[in-house]
Design a protein around this ligand. Structure first.
Ligand SMILES: [Zn+2]
Length: 263
C-alpha cells in the first residue's frame, strides 16, 4: 500500500493512485491535479542540457517564426497589445521572437545554457536570461505579460513559481499558460499511454484544475482555449479547421488559459 503524497497545488493528500508511468508514480488530488510523487521522481534532465545536440536537433539561425508562435502571440494580444513580455522557460526563443515581431519588448528566461548562448549570438533584439527563476534585475510589478508554453507541467514547485509570476506582473498584467490537456478525450482513450505522459511531466492539468490553482494565487481567468496538437503543421494548414472541430468535440490535447492579475 502506497502512502498518498501531498498535492503540490493545494497541499491535500492525493485521493487516487493512478499507478506507475515511466519514472513517475502518478496520483490524483480532489482538486483535480494529477501529479508525480516528488519523493520518488528523479528529473531525467537534472544533469543534461535539454537543447544539447545530443537531446534535440540543432536549430538553424537566424530563426524563422512559424504559425505556431504567431498563434500563441495572437492569444496574448487579445488582452495586451504591447509592453514588456517575459517568456518563462522560453527555450530557443521563437515565441519571444514572435512577440518582438508583434511589437513587444521581449525577454526569454531559459535554463538551457546552449539555448541562451546561441540566442544571444544570433538574436540580440531579444533580452536573454539564463536560469530557472526571474532574477532581481526584473523588478516587481514591471512586466505586462508572462507566458509559459509547455513549462508548468515540468515544474516540481508550483506554488513558489506562481507566487513569483504574480509578484513580477503589474496589476492587470496577463499570464498565459499552455500545457497538455489531461481533460482531453484522447487522454481518456489512451490512459497512461497518452503521448503527454512523459518522465519529465510531473503535473497534469485540466482547465478546471489549472484555473483553481492559478486563481488561488491572485489571478482571474480571462480565456480558455484548446488546440488539437502541440504545433501547427504549416504544410498541412488545410487540416486546421478539422482540428478546431475536434477541439470543440473535446479532443483538444493542448490547453491554453489566459489569466489577469487581480489588482
Ligand atoms: Zn490538490
Amino acid at each position: 500500500m502506497n502512502v498518498a503524497p501531498k498535492c503540490p497545488a493545494c497541499d491535500a493528500s492525493a485521493v487516487a493512485d493512478l499507478g506507475h508511468a515511466g519514472v513517475c508514480h502518478l496520483w490524483r488530488c480532489a482538486c483535480g491535479l494529477v501529479f508525480a510523487d516528488r519523493a520518488t521522481w528523479r528529473d531525467p534532465y537534472s544533469n543534461k542540457d535539454y537543447y544539447d545536440p545530443a537531446n534535440q536537433p540543432e536549430e538553424n539561425y537566424p530563426m524563422r517564426i512559424t504559425a505556431t508562435e504567431r498563434d500563441r502571440i495572437a492569444s496574448v494580444r487579445r488582452f495586451v497589445r504591447n509592453g514588456r513580455l517575459l517568456d518563462f522557460g522560453g527555450g530557443i526563443g521563437k515565441t519571444a521572437l514572435a512577440a518582438h515581431a508583434a511589437g513587444f519588448s521581449a525577454i526569454v528566461l531559459e535554463d538551457s545554457h546552449k539555448a541562451v548562448s546561441d540566442g544571444m549570438a544570433h538574436h540580440p533584439e531579444i533580452v536573454w536570461l539564463e536560469g530557472r527563476t526571474i532574477p532581481d534585475s526584473i523588478g516587481d510589478g514591471s512586466l505586462d505579460v508572462i507566458t509559459l508554453f509547455h513549462v508548468l507541467e515540468h515544474l516540481p514547485d508550483l506554488q513558489t513559481t506562481l507566487a513569483q509570476l504574480h509578484r513580477k506582473l503589474r496589476p492587470g498584467g496577463l499570464l498565459v499558460i499552455e500545457v497538455p490537456n489531461w481533460g482531453s478525450h484522447m487522454r481518456r482513450l489512451r490512459g497512461l499511454q497518452w503521448e503527454f505522459v512523459l518522465d519529465h511531466h510531473v503535473n497534469h492539468f485540466t482547465a478546471a484544475s489549472l484555473t483553481r490553482l492559478v486563481e488561488n494565487t491572485g489571478f482571474k481567468r480571462a480565456a480558455v482555449e484548446f488546440r488539437r496538437t502541440f504545433a501547427i503543421n504549416e504544410a498541412q494548414a488545410w487540416k486546421e479547421p478539422l482540428k478546431k472541430l475536434l477541439c470543440i468535440l473535446g479532443f483538444g490535447d493542448i490547453l491554453r488559459c489566459s489569466f489577469l492579475k487581480v489588482a
